[in-house]
Design a protein around this ligand. Structure first.
Ligand code: FDA
Length: 317
């Protein structure tokens, strides 16, 4: 209780504080812990981690870390990283059927969405470049969900991208009050929706605040997506959500090629392998790059055990 009412909001606020960022990223012991959740700093590290996941029967979605870019040059540099990444991914084993084993995940705020003038148009142009390179490499693209102030803009960019690249997917966050409606609108033929609970600090006017409400919303949204005509991507580590997903799959008579599970790199590795052994598609989200701070802090905010693991790194050894 203390964790969700005190620690989680404090960690999520710290995730957006440049001052705390300087302190946390400056600590030598932090880097060791970060490596549990982040595959490394370079495209070579990301490709290496991805090859190991493919080897174990898992699929991968690779994310070049970065967000809240306020500088056009930085947004262009992010595009360049994705293009280099896609060149490395093109050398890994490709698609056998309709489901592509490799995907990249993009945050539009890293591509310029929040630039003061024409941010949305700039992010769209940058995402189009990445999608064209992904198409050539046989790799899917999914656009991540960020805080609620960006949701309309993100969905508009995704709609525009899908006009040229109909396989582009996006993420919906069950904690937002609007998401059940979005699931209904976006569960048509060809859609690819990753459903997650949501990782940002959101006000009560737009988001459920309590765990039970968020879980109930997740289940309603999952039911809609599973009964829909798209390709649901069930992004959660929660055993209750996973069990419910199998139930919805059975009642909607979905075959295993028409949905997938997704989990984060470094989290519930054994469970990831177990799901693969049940013949389900399991995709691991693999973040890499040196701007890991926001991503890392959101992982600490999710679970007391993650925070404890971080705090233990200050101990002896
Ligand atoms: P939650 O944190 O609610 O925990 C529920 C239960 O799951 C726990 O009680 C425990 O039993 C189990 N569990 C959770 N973590 C565990 C661990 N480390 N070890 C063992 N058991 C554990 N968010 C966002 O806002 N935008 C986005 O684009 C994305 N993208 C994304 C992609 C993918 C592939 C994933 C998996 C998640 C995201 N997220 C995200 C993050 C998401 O919104 C959410 O914050 C986390 O997944 C945590 O929620 P869970 O549903 O996993 O379980």
């Amino acid at each position: 209780m203390m964790f969700s009412t005190v620690m989680r909001p404090a960690l999520l606020a710290a995730a957006r504080s440049p001052r705390v960022e300087r302190t946390v990223t400056g600590m030598a012991s932090t880097r060791k812990v970060v490596r549990r959740f982040v595959a490394g700093e370079s495209e070579a590290h990301a490709a290496h981690a991805t090859a190991a996941l493919l080897e174990s029967g898992r699929y991968a979605s690779i994310d070049y870390l970065g967000e809240d870019t306020t500088d056009l040059e930085q947004a262009r540099a992010t595009v360049a990283h994705y293009l280099t990444l896609l060149e490395s991914l093109a050398e890994l084993p490709g698609a056998a059927g309709e489901v592509r084993p490799l995907e990249v995940s993009l945050k539009l705020s890293a591509l310029g969405q929040s630039l003061p003038r024409d941010g949305q148009a700039i992010a769209l142009e940058h995402a189009q470049k990445i999608c064209a390179a992904a198409a050539a490499a046989g790799v899917w693209v999914t656009v991540d969900a960020e805080d609620h102030t960006t949701t309309d803009s993100t969905l508009a960019v995704v709609r525009a991208l899908r006009a040229d690249f109909p396989w582009v997917g996006t993420v919906l966050q069950a904690y937002l009050l609007r998401t059940e409606g979005d699931c209904r609108d976006l569960s048509g033929p060809g859609s690819r929706i990753r459903l997650c609970k949501g990782a940002y600090r959101e006000p009560a006017g737009v988001a459920y605040q309590h765990r039970d409400e968020i879980d109930a919303s997740y289940l309603r949204c999952l039911d809609i997506l599973m009964r829909g005509q798209g390709y649901p991507m069930v992004a959660t580590h929660d055993p209750l959500m996973l069990e419910a997903a199998f139930g919805y799959v059975r009642s909607a008579r979905r075959d295993p090629d028409r949905f997938e599970f997704q989990m984060l790199y470094g989290i519930r590795d054994e469970e990831q392998r177990r799901l693969v052994a049940t013949c389900a598609h399991l995709r691991t989200y693999v973040p890499y790059g040196d701007q890991w701070y926001g991503y890392f802090m959101r992982r600490l905010a999710e679970r007391p055990a993650n925070l404890a693991f971080f705090l233990r790194s200050f101990g002896p050894g």
